[in-house]
Design a protein around this ligand. Structure first.
Ligand code: ZN
Length: 141
């Protein structure tokens, strides 16, 4: 199996943010000039995630409202305790939500086209921003 790999950088602006990266994925698949295979979108972070869903800002607000009900940022977590007197990053909520959503998605590429449904978009989910994030987009064929 062969692969073409590209990395994109995302600069997030707030603690929670959902960013549509479909155009970047489509561009990389187009430039790969692959007929049939699949594309893996993978973010190498423990406090972010990727998913496929609709690009609708009101839905993004709903997602974040539900995520923070599951793991409230101001909740009590072992991960957030001081370690040897040093305050830790207050981001246990982000690790927990990230582990539920997952760091990667795979999409088929058929006849050079990424097979997303009409309303499907590739979404990067920031859970502990603002940060500079990387996303690897790997086309296998
Ligand atoms: Zn942490």
């Amino acid at each position: 199996m062969k692969a073409i790999s590209k990395m994109i950088t995302i600069r997030t602006r707030s603690r929670f943010e959902i960013i549509d990266i479909t155009a970047e994925v489509e561009k990389i698949v187009r430039e790969a000039d692959v007929d049939n295979g699949f594309v893996l979108i993978h973010e190498p972070h423990t406090t972010a995630a990727v998913t496929i869903n609709e690009n609708d800002p009101s839905l993004f607000t709903d997602f974040i409202n539900i995520y923070t009900k599951i793991a409230p940022p101001n909740g009590e977590y072992e991960h957030n305790r001081k370690y040897m007197g040093i305050p830790s990053e207050q981001n246990a909520h982000a690790h927990i939500i990230s582990s539920l959503i997952k760091p990667s998605v795979v999409i088929p590429v058929i006849n050079g086209r990424i097979m997303l449904g009409t309303w499907q978009r590739v979404l990067f989910i920031e859970l502990d921003g603002p940060r500079t994030r990387e996303v690897n987009i790997i086309v296998y064929y």
